[in-house]
Design a protein around this ligand. Sequence first.
Ligand code: PGA
Length: 269
Amino acid sequence: MQSWVIGNWKKNPATLTEVNELTSAIKSKFLQKQSSQDFDSTCYPQLMVAPSTIHLVMASQSLEDTSILVGCQDISAKSATIGAYTGDSSAQQMVNAGVSWTLVGHSERRSYHRETEDTLITKMRFAFEQGLGVVFCIGETIEAYDLGKTIPVLEEQLQILKSLPNLNEFFDKIIIAYEPVWSIGTGKVPSIEEVEKVHQAIKQYVTGINASLADAPILYGGSVNADNADQFAASKWVDGALVGGASLDADKFLSIADSFYQGKQQLNG
Ligand code: PGA
């Protein structure tokens, strides 16, 4: 399975100049890697960056001649297209801006914007209607983790996939990102054994919802950095990483990609 390394830039960087520097650095380092003689495209992860909405056009223009994809962090839950919704940007507008995927269900949106299950389902529906893929983020709080309730909490979050019509048609447009809330931005990560157990449970659960989801990549996210990526990359249960803080540094981001590249090469023998 193709692995993925996705950078979630959140509300960073502050200026267009810095966005330009970051995208240019990622692009040139990736192109350099890609042009090396022993580059094996079948094992190299698919790269994607998800800048702030206001920076999407600039990032997608800068990356348009590369295989690096641009994702957005959010889409409107009010309409898939246009309308009188002050402050919103629709899935259609994202596609027109050069975006191919959107995050949905990130814990920061669930908590700071109180996004409900209905909101998430609507966003996913609008995304698919407009041809966007969805990186569906799920994760348990520290309280749930301490009570040993991680898997039931994740299953509860995943069950909304049952509400999506014609899921079969979108099997290649769903990525699941397991991000423990307590791990995001804290430097704390679960052990690889815990992550593997959770990813197996996720796969089993989503396959039960729809057999076509057996092939949905399952990424780990939460404090992934250049120093800890190897352990995730070496696991056959981890199909990539959703990276926040470390994705704002081109060297660190590409180093995480390298970990998954090497991990995949080893797994493929
Ligand atoms: P982090 O963020 O890598 O900074 O922990 C991950 C995320 O929120 O997707």
